[in-house]
Design a protein around this ligand. Structure first.
Ligand code: ASP
Length: 352
């Protein structure tokens, strides 16, 4: 069961404004008496963001019925976020999703693949320190995310795509990754320069920003959970491979290989993958490196991997590869269609 989204109210100026969805995460937490962090309800949270009331645009605010730690997020929550964005998209010039940092890059990737017809900005943000704390990064992150979502140039939205604003960078959502557990510079997109950098001014890299889609915003399908992940390590053995590949209903595997897409050349490994591919499982090879790309056949060990019928994820992030595979497995019954689209650039997630 996923979260239910509840409308909370309207804040600030009248007229077409921004839709803000609060899902939870550290940004909206308060330190309890025992020292642990617990989520705040949205009304209490808004008190800590006085700047939100001073923006020239109004905010329509909604929230998960219960704010969550994003470590617990799942497909049903992603569908609930996507549907809330679709429902509120008419009449709003952009959206901001407040989200925990732990899985924000997965959620941004998932939304980018789930949604079609994106014509206005959808900006995810959060914080490493609660907004209730004096040194919170949450106020700046939220204020700038709102500014990005409202930004227009000659009447058109400046960044009509799913993005993450964090600290001083605006990143394409399906290119981003959480790269630090505590630094305020928590996110990066190693294979794509930021869509904007925030200093005294907000400087947009307009040449990198995707063209708007053809609206209306819609969510044509869902996500399959018939996927598994294999992270290679030197002690990875046949029993581990068999345990993963024999999972009931398995239709997709994301393999976290080494370097340029290399893996062991043991017969049990290659044969195991080959048999999975032959029975229709889509095996996608990513790299454990944060930056760079899988290069088919650069090494014999990589070529052997791809000779099983596994496909290359190119320079996609792991987060993008997993969520894209989940969306494509829901969209197509035929593995050939999944494999073909997996290697295409659907929304700026891969360099083809
Ligand atoms: N565990 C929190 C979450 O992802 C961490 C954060 O928000 O920074 O919801």
């Amino acid at each position: 069961m996923g979260a239910t989204v509840q409308d909370v109210g309207h804040f600030g100026a009248d007229g077409p404004g921004l839709f803000v969805l609060y899902t939870g995460g550290t940004i909206g937490m308060l330190e309890g008496p025992g020292g642990g962090l617990a989520p705040l309800d949205l009304h209490s949270l808004m008190k800590y963001v006085p700047t939100a009331h001073e923006l020239p645009v109004g905010l329509t605010v909604a929230a998960f019925d219960e704010a969550i730690d994003s470590a617990t997020i799942g497909v049903a929550d992603w569908l609930a976020i996507a549907d809330a964005l679709v429902e509120h998209s008419p009449g709003h010039i952009g959206s901001v999703v407040l989200h925990g940092t732990d899985t924000m890059a997965y959620s941004a990737s998932a939304l980018s693949f789930l949604l079609e017809g994106i014509t206005t900005p959808i900006v995810l943000t959060g914080a490493q320190r609660p907004i209730t704390s004096i040194r919170s990064d949450g106020r700046e992150n939220l204020t700038t995310a709102l500014e990005v979502a409202a930004a227009r140039f000659t009447g058109a939205p400046v960044v009509p795509e799913v993005s993450i604003f964090f600290n001083d960078v605006l990143l394409r959502g399906n290119r981003a990754a959480k790269v630090h557990a505590s630094s305020y510079r928590g996110f990066a997109s190693p294979n794509l320069a930021p869509l904007a950098t925030a200093g005294v001014s907000l400087d947009y890299a307009t040449d990198l920003v995707r063209a708007p889609g053809t609206g209306p915003l819609r969510r044509p399908g869902g996500m399959s959970t018939d996927v598994a992940v294999i992270q290679l390590h030197p002690a990875f053995d046949e029993a581990s491979l068999t345990a993963t590949l024999s999972r009931d209903g398995l239709r997709g595997v994301v393999l976290q290989a080494y370097g340029a897409g290399n893996g062991p050349t043991h017969r049990w490994f290659l044969d195991g993958l080959q048999q999975a591919v032959d029975r229709g499982v889509t095996v996608v090879v990513t790299t454990q490196c944060r930056a760079g790309t899988v290069q088919a056949g650069l090494y014999a060990s990589g070529a052997a991997l791809l000779s099983t019928g596994a496909i290359s994820a190119g320079d996609m992030t792991f987060e993008a590869a997993v969520t894209k595979l989940m969306v494509l497995l829901d969209r197509h019954a035929d593995p050939d269609d999944v494999r073909r689209e997996m290697q295409q650039d659907l929304c700026g997630e891969i360099t083809v």
